[in-house]
Ligand binder design. Structure first.
Ligand code: KG4
Ligand code: ZN
Length: 349
């Protein structure tokens, strides 16, 4: 496998990485990587502001490419291809990274790989451990996405479930906002939950037990809001009870997905929420029910990063794929284009 320059800018992280797909260990596969978080810029607004995000990407991306190549001790000439996220995501940000990738590809005369951000998350466990074989069942849970996919092979994804309202990470973020914990809220809710009683606050488990393994978290978030306003429970108990309810939903939905998918080699969890230790531990128990192990990339590879984009590029490059320099940035880009729309699902950014 090849040496790939990866670029990610679809949300609020500007990230650049150099990946050596053939290297034997994870440390060596990620030759260099830099991530510039925009958390500070968005914090006053309690969420990501697309305009601010796009401008912040523009300000840092070119120097970050130069610095990451320098960290790797190589020049642009030394990479085999350039992989940039082409969607889905906030369109302004996606365009900044994709245009940068195109310009570099053109200047250096290297192939361009336009990467689906979700494919980056979906393949990130193979970056962590290439011994993970297709097909695997993937729970992809981040701030913007909440899906269960059967990953059959590179580029072959069957979507078994999606959310009809909020993504799981979004539910964590909104709960954090209700509890006054600031943005991004997932890690703060997890920290607080450790000190709370997860049975203290009765909360709903939306869609639990339904035949199709879809998710819904809007009602849970509203219930947290009402419980918080009632003022009867501690922040810790609210956080713990929310996290317990959310995890109960995730486990039930994933168990249901197992019934709908073909034979798989592992249960894999990826995306920002996969950094949550309680989520991981519940999924480990679930995987054991099916005599499988849970594979979860290290937390730093679960949240948005460019190493996963470079890795997806390496897998695509190895299969002989490349993209035209006039490929368009896509705000929406499902991994499984054939998936049926879900009744009740709203349009989400
Ligand atoms: O994958 P990611 O970095 O960005 C998206 O593509 O959305 O995921 C970020 C999301 C946020 O909603 C954040 O609150 C959540 O992942 N997250 C967590 C934890 N760490 C990050 N949620 C729960 N527990 C955590 N430890
Ligand atoms: Zn992401």
């Amino acid at each position: 496998m090849a040496v790939i320059l990866g670029i990610e800018s679809s949300c609020d992280e500007t990230a650049v990485a150099v990946i050596d797909g053939a290297a034997p260990t994870l440390e060596q596969r990620i030759v260099a990587q830099r991530i510039a978080s925009q958390d500070e810029a968005h914090r006053p607004y309690g969420g990501v502001v697309p305009e601010i995000a796009a401008r912040a990407h523009v300000e840092v991306i070119a120097p970050m490419v130069a610095a990451t190549l320098a960290d790797a001790g190589i020049r642009l000439d030394n990479v085999d291809a350039i992989a940039a996220t082409a969607g889905p995501g906030l369109i302004g940000g996606v365009m900044v990274g994709l245009v940068t990738g195109k310009a570099l590809a053109m200047a250096a005369g290297k192939p361009l790989l336009a990467i689906n951000h979700l494919e980056g998350h979906a393949l990130s466990p193979r970056l962590a451990d290439p011994a993970l074989l297709y097909p695997y069942l993937l729970l992809l849970v981040s701030g913007g996405h909440c899906q269960i996919l059967e990953v059959r092979a590179l580029g072959e994804y069957r979507r078994l479930a999606t959310t009809i309202d909020d993504a799981l990470g979004e539910a964590f973020d909104k709960t954090a906002k209700i509890l006054g914990l600031g943005y991004p809220g997932g890690p703060a809710v997890e920290r607080l939950a450790r000190a709370g009683n997860d049975r203290a606050v009765p909360l709903p488990r939306p869609l639990l037990g339904t035949a199709e393994p879809h998710f819904s978290f809007a009602g849970l978030k509203s219930a947290v809001m009402r419980a918080h306003q009632a003022g009867l429970h501690s922040q810790e108990d609210l956080a713990a009870s929310f996290q317990r309810a959310a995890i109960d939903c995730v486990v039930d939905r994933t168990r249901r997905a197992f019934a709908l998918c073909g034979p798989v080699t592992a249960l894999v969890v990826a995306g920002g929420v996969a950094a949550n230790a309680a989520v991981r531990s519940a999924l480990q128990t679930l995987a054991a029910e099916f005599d499988l192990s849970l594979v979860a990339p290290p937390p730093a590879l679960c949240t948005d990063n460019a190493a996963m984009i470079g890795w997806a590029g390496a897998e695509r490059f190895a299969m002989g794929y490349s993209d035209s320099l006039d490929v368009a940035a896509r705000p929406r880009w499902p991994l499984d284009a054939g998936a049926m729309p879900v009744r009740g699902a709203g349009v989400k950014a």
